[in-house]
Write a protein that binds this ligand. Sequence first.
Ligand code: IVH
Length: 671
Amino acid sequence: MPTAAKTIEADIRKLREEVLRHEELYYVHDRPEISDVEYDALVERLRALEEEHPEFRTPDSPTLRVGGRPAEGFAEYVHRRPVLSLDNSYNIEDLRAFDERCRRLADGRSFEYVAELKIDGLSLSVHYENGVFARGVTRGDGRVGEDVTQNVRTIRSVPLRLKGAAEGEAEVEVRGEAYLPRKAFERINAEREEADEAKFANPRNAAAGTIRQLDPKVVARRRLDLFAYDVLRGERKPFATHWEALEWLDSAGFTVNPRRAKCSDIEEVIEFCNEMEAKRDGLEYEIDGVVVKVNSTALQDEFGATAKSPRWAIAYKYPARQATTQVESIVVQVGRTGALTPVANLTPVQLAGTVVSRATLHNVDEIRRLRIKIGDWVNIEKSGEIIPKVLSVVKSRRTGEEKTYHFPKRCPECKGLISRPEGEVVSRCVAADCPAQLKARLLHFASRRAMRVEGLGDALAEQFVQKKMVRDVADLYALKLEELAGLERMAEKSASNLLAQIEASKGRDLPQLVYGLGIRHVGERTAALLARHFRSLERLAAATVEEMDDIHEIGLTVAESVRDWFDDEGNVNLCGRLREFGVRTELASGASGATDEAFAGKQFVLTGRLEALTRDEARAAIEARGGRVTSTVSKKTDYVVAGEEAGSKLDKARALGLKIIDEEGLRALLG
Ligand code: IVH
């Protein structure tokens, strides 16, 4: 064999083994080391190479079969009809290409799509004999699964007897996705942490780990749930459309995800995908995309399937939120209250649409828990707006070259002493003159949600501190044009712009000022509550712990922290100087007490689509008046604001007899 061919054969073999290894980690051990996207890319590379060189494809190639293999411990069960998986698409063009293929196959006949959420769990097949629950089977490799009947029986959303017309059916197979709601996942991990057991990386791993628990009692406690998405009678699909199948499942007693849509063309599908992506973070469970299916079962049969997946369905995957990368170094950041936060510098990796090169390690305890070393491969996660965090270390990828990390004994910036009070997780630099703390305080004071001094960024704050031009936030108001113009990369024009910005910040309202002071435990919301209650900085400064503690939603910790801050002579001085410089220290008159009454301490839930306001705007408006926006409807909810196509939250609000208002009502309330 010529050398070139030999190398290709070796490449294919290596790649094949790599894919098999990751499959085993994923399917058998529930311990994936790489993200789904990375895995798909590996398989794609293998498939492409094999297609170019079919002579090197072996019968055990993972491209020829559906998935992994069952582990020991449960009886095997051969699926009557293989459990296929879906082709993935990662962008809108892929979806359009899928649509074109379907339209070609339909050859002029019109048809509909059904779009459903792709729940991030594991697929289960649930069998009924004469209407009675008979068996629960995992997907396994798609042909042979594991009999996990005892465990499936513990899932409350799996009816033990089919309801209504379904009762008399001889043999019914229902397929669906078992998953752990976020709440259950968090509870399980909290318990595991307490018991010093390794935490699950995500709800999917936790669900997969749970279904393969040998003790059904443990399973029962974990509260798995199931969304049903398909039904077979014997080997056949018993309905003319998928939509009808979903409705039948609902009537038979299963939970069918209410967030689904019948779409007359691919544009409607795309709309659904975008809408759900925006809602993703607010759902009670994790999703990784949308599944799009041709509605007509006759067309489904006609389109058929490849060895791996049906031609009538596709998964549209949202950008992954987890990835694997390497720790290049660990640094410690000093916050405005002196809090020391370890941060991992990472080899940059693409994640959820951005490049991630840093992730928080939270605190010393977390470093110990992870046992993280410099050079380690780590799984990281990014969700919503939150800073990416390190989930776990991939110990199997250690080479021995990794370096142990030691948390510093002194502040890395000013070499000041570090203290960690009993019972607290955070270590702090306690030096009063730590330049890193001052810099962080300046940046916080100038930030958008505080006094909003545009143009005051990291580089400038650094220079102010280094050159001792600023010793506290009040000094900003004493800065002169000549001083500023002398700084690096500061032309006269930008210097005067900055001065104008600083001047403008004097007129910000009291909530922004109180927040900007950077008092420990006083976030944006607490600052607004305090400002609205006391209406001036002077009155807040004079407030007793009891007075503050009496405010609804303000607790003792916050009250004591605020009192401590105003008891500090330096801070008293600072407040006096801010006032002298002309910074507003009274609440602006526009916010009348009357409007606040309707909102203060009230809980709002926003659901459905709003027309005139975005969700964020509505939330901000409610919070600015002292209200609170939460994502779950409960007895404690005061108002449910229902927009267009409000779903299960509205149903729940009705069931609980809560006050429901529409967007119009909200606007009236907001005045
Ligand atoms: S339909 C042939 N619908 O995604 C049709 N799957 O690779 C196959 N999944 O194995 C499945 N939510 O575990 C379908 N609404 C949904 C789903 C869903 C999650 C999972 C399922 C499947 C994988 C696709």
